[in-house]
Design a protein around this ligand. Structure first.
Ligand code: SF4
Ligand code: SF4
Length: 659
């Protein structure tokens, strides 16, 4: 028995109503972004296609948790196939439209469309059920579940179930081969005894409710959490492809100095969401509130005031509500803003590719612009302004260090291959100076031609920038770029990952061009692989490598130190759970080294506990700040006698042949 096709008129009315609602909601939602220069922004899509393929189409980041990853994949592709099926497969069948596909494939068209819809409908239901179980039964701490989430999932569940039930009741009075409708056939077998007229009525009921559910869901997309279906792929596609380790440059100091009138238009940070440009408003609106950023955040682990998810959600709330009050103080606390170490783990975890650190630093810029700094932060900026280094020491000490370590300065010998950029901590701190000594020892052993800047080396500007003092950062950077030009520097070798990241990823925007920047681990690995140095003295110990965020996460340098460690005889390496790009912060980044925020447990202690749980005798770092933070943590825990914390250079130096 075949049913007469349902009224096309009612179908068209429902579909049109749904599309009108969708279009209006889309307009309202997009209007608040204040879109301008959309075409220009599209240029990023051509560069972002690999991330689009991996993290949108293949759901790479969501799949890092297989349970929710599989659930989300089933829902996403199930929904897309069902939607496609309704429009392209179902309508020709219902209304006897002779579309080209129907004409080409004839009966096979309907058989295959039935099979595809049947299986994808079932998988869609499985995906929605998994998501519901997670929200209602498992309830992970990172996930905030509201009524809207449950309503959305129940609506999707009904969409899938009503589709399958429509098919099952139809099979009761109009059976055909179970091959083309396997799930519907299974469900219809217990219904076989139902009288035909009741089966027809139930079929019609579910058919219409299925169509109605589909129309309501499509109409609701711009007004609900379902907006992420469009916003996340859109955000991944159009956001700038600047290096992960580089912050947004809000203005160019060099341009402002040559055109002081432009200064009036400069915004120092963001006071509210309306200070953001449209792509970043769109970015905020693509947050799905999934909580993945909270799950990996060291500030959350140490029970600081900050939850990165909440920063983005608060911005989103202001965007949607249209309010314009200053965020800091009333909506976001200063402690939240200062609690971030700019470690970047939230950003590489977020499935929507949201750039949390840029938002947080923009809030800091606003605080700096409004003179809301405590003494420690003011002292840091004052040190940078008056002493040219973050510790407020004499620049002449750097010259004396060069003399003490018997290293040439570039003023004495400019015909060198590498400029060794030591960095503030490794120039002044007595413990960190030992790292400098070790590195110089290695460079000399390999006959590397290098020199230092001596008294002319200043801070690279990283703490000023991460603290939110953009003008000071750019002033420092411009001076350093001039210095590099003056001495004809071609290659810079850095000891500190923060200097490395700043010189490599942030200076080019300010005019540093045609200069190669290396972290020492890159150079030393190269020297070992080319036989320029040999590591043959055994170092009999069990150790773990702590990857610095600014090296491993921001700059993908994690295989080089491991390759070096493999060459050291007697050394046994254990790997931490949080390692390589997924390393865990030491707590010192983002200028946190110089100030304190309320917390239950220090981030450095959280990290050290993870590392020492591997029963190691030694923790190896590649950053003077990580070393200082972890040594401090060892003292706090009272294990500084039991665990040795050293820099990679110190281990290499011990193992160097002939030393
Ligand atoms: S910012 Fe990203 S990771 Fe954090 S809740 Fe939003 S979508 Fe999830
Ligand atoms: S950058 Fe690090 S500390 Fe800051 S919010 Fe992200 S995960 Fe947390």
């Amino acid at each position: 028995m075949d049913l007469a096709p349902p009224s096309p008129t009612i179908m068209y009315i429902l579909a049109t109503g749904s599309l009108v609602m969708f279009t209006y909601g889309f307009y309202i939602r997009v209007r608040v972004y204040g879109v301008s220069g959309f075409i220009n922004q599209l240029k990023y899509f051509s560069r972002n296609y690999t991330r689009f393929l991996r993290d949108v189409l293949l759901q790479g980041r969501v799949l890092s948790d297989p349970y929710i990853g599989i659930s989300h994949l089933l829902i996403m592709y199930g929904f897309l196939i069902l939607l496609f099926g309704k429009v392209v497969l179902g309508f020709p069948f219902l209304f006897n439209l002779n579309l080209p596909l129907v004409l080409i494939f004839k009966d096979s068209y309907f058989r295959y469309s039935s099979l595809i819809m049947d299986i994808s409908g079932f998988l869609f239901i499985v995906g929605v059920c998994l998501a519901l179980i997670r929200r209602v039964v498992i309830k992970p701490w990172k996930l905030e579940t509201g009524l809207e989430d449950i309503i959305a999932l129940v609506a999707l569940l009904y969409l899938g179930l009503s589709g399958l039930l429509t098919e099952s009741f139809k099979l009761v009075f109009s059976p055909y081969s179970s091959i083309w409708s396997p799930i519907g056939s299974i469900l219809s077998s217990p219904l076989a005894t139902i009288p035909t007229n009741i089966a027809v009525a139930l079929h019609t009921l579910f058919w219409w409710s299925h169509i109605l559910a589909a129309c309501i869901i499509v109409a609701a997309i711009p007004y609900s959490k379902l907006w992420h279906i469009l916003a996340v792929p859109g955000n991944v596609a159009i956001q700038s492809d600047k290096p992960l380790g580089s912050l947004i440059t809000p203005f160019l100091l060099s341009e402002l100095l040559s055109n002081p009138e432009a200064m009036e238009k400069v915004r120092f940070g963001i006071g509210n969401v309306w200070d953001l440009d449209w792509p970043r408003r769109f970015m905020v609106d693509s947050c799905t509130n999934c909580g993945r950023c909270d799950e990996v955040c060291p500030a959350v682990a140490s029970r600081r005031a900050l939850k990165p998810r909440m920063i983005i959600q608060k911005l989103k709330k202001q965007l949607i509500s249209g309010e314009a009050e200053a965020l800091i103080g009333s909506v976001i606390s200063e402690d939240e803003v200062w609690s971030c170490t700019t470690c970047g783990k939230c950003m590489i975890t977020c499935p929507a590719w949201i750039g949390h650190v840029d938002f947080i630093v923009d809030l800091r810029r606003w605080l700096v612009g409004n003179s809301r700094l405590d003494k420690k932060k003011s002292d840091l900026l004052s040190n940078l302004a008056h002493s040219s280094n973050s510790l407020g020491m004499s620049q002449w000490d750097r010259q004396e260090l060069a003399a003490k370590l018997n290293v040439k300065t570039i003023q004495e010998s400019s015909n060198i291959e590498y400029l060794l950029w030591i960095g503030c901590l490794a120039s002044y701190d007595s413990r960190a100076i030992k790292i400098t000594e070790s590195l110089i020892n290695i460079l000399k052993s390999a006959n590397i031609s290098f020199a230092v800047l001596g008294a002319e080396e200043t801070c690279c500007g990283d703490p000023a920038r991460r603290l939110g003092e953009e003008s000071r950062f750019q002033e420092i950077a411009l001076n350093n770029i001039e210095l590099f030009k003056k001495y004809g520097v071609k290659k810079v070798l850095t000891l500190c990952p923060h200097c490395y990241n700043t010189l490599k990823n942030e200076y080019p925007k300010l005019g540093l061009l045609n200069i190669e920047v290396y972290h020492y681990s890159e150079l030393i690995e190269n020297l070992i692989s080319h036989g320029a140095i040999k590591l043959s003295n055994p170092v009999n110990t069990v150790a773990v490598l702590h990857d610095p965020c600014y090296l491993a996460r921001y700059n993908n340098i994690y295989s080089q130190p491991r390759a070096i460690l493999k060459q050291i005889p007697g050394l046994k390496i254990r790997e931490a759970k949080n390692r390589k790009r997924k390393t865990f912060c030491c707590g010192g980044g983002g200028a946190n080294y110089w100030y304190e925020v309320p917390e239950e447990k220090r981030i450095s202690v959280v990290r050290l506990e993870e590392l020492t749980s591997l029963n190691v005798e030694r923790v190896i770092t590649e950053c003077p700040f990580c070393l200082a933070m972890l040594e401090d943590a060892a003292r706090i825990k009272g294990i500084d006698e039991k665990i040795s914390i050293c820099d990679l250079t110190e281990l290499i130096s011990k193992s160097l042949s002939g030393v």
